[in-house]
Each structure stands twice: as structure tokens, then as C-alpha cells.
Design a protein. Sequence first.
Length: 204
Amino acid sequence: MLHKSYFLFKEELQVRRSNKYIILHHTKDAMPHTADDVHKVHQRKGMAGIGYHYFIDKKGEIYEGRPVNTVGAHARGFNAESIGIGFEGDYNKETLGERPLNAAAMLIALLKFYYFWENIEVKTWNDLNKETDDPGKNFPFERLKRKVEECLNCLNAFFGEQWGKNKDNFYIPDGVYGKVLEILAGDYGVDDYGDPDRECVERD
């Protein structure tokens, strides 16, 4: 489920004018922590606040960070053209669980579908900056990309054009995230949506 956040930032955030990448990171810390913890840590480093636009914890819960239409602070040289997603954990030492993996796939698919961002590229920070291994050597990036495509197929099959495409207004109505994530996760019976054979999330 996606949780709204109401962080107070130390300075006014700039509006982002380009949407070229979704960049994935890990927090590089195996100890449990929350989006609030990340916000405070980033402020102690001199930043305005949490640098990610979304934070996914090990339970698969999604938390809003910076407003999605603003410039992030997560990928130097690419912040003005990217959305940042941070994962709780150190994926050089740990293995990403299925719940956060599925949550990330659903979130990315929804962003691509709702904001007409089908062509936005999903990258790890290591893809763009070889000086880092972020989000870790154990991060299952190829599996995530496959799941994103599966979720996009489901969104198009379930909803088609009924919500329309939102190119200009960076706002997803209350309840949309939750309903879509629940549908794609199988919390609603797919029979209710006319396709009893569809599996929206890869089952291993």
C-alpha cells in the first residue's frame, strides 16, 4: 500500500521539467529504518529533506518522499530528469524480498501508465554511475523489469483508457494507488474484472 507523507523541507523544491529515468537505489543499511529516518538523515547531510520520491520498506510498504513532480536529490547529474526510488536495506549483503519487489513493479507500472511515461527508462544508479554499485550486487533488476511489464499489461487490460492519460497534472486521485496495488497483488479476485486466467504478478 502507498502511504502519503507530509515532510517539511528546509527549502523550496524545484519543479522537474524532464522525466527521462526512474532510478533505483538502496539505503546501504541492513538495520531497519523508515522513510522518516531517511528524511532526517538526508537533512543532517545538508539536504532539504528526503532525496527519493518514493521509499519502499522491507515489508513492501510504499511511502511518498519528495513530490513526484519535483527535482530529487538522489543521483548527482541526473536529478533534474529522474524519479528516485529508494529501497530499505543493503543489497550487497541481503536479498530483496518478494513483497518489496512486487510493490516496486506495481508502483513503476502505475507511474508509467498514469502519467503517460511508457518510454521512461528504469535504471539502477550503477547503470548511470559506475563509481557505485547501488542498489547492490544482489538486487534482482532483471526480474523487476519483467514484473513491471506484466503489471503494465494488467493495467491496460483492466482499465484501458477509463482513467485517461495524465500528461500535465502530477496528481493521482486518492485511492487509486491502493486499489491498483491490491488488484495487481491479487487481493481482489480477477474474475471481477473479466479475465479469470490473468496472472498480474509473476509467481515463482
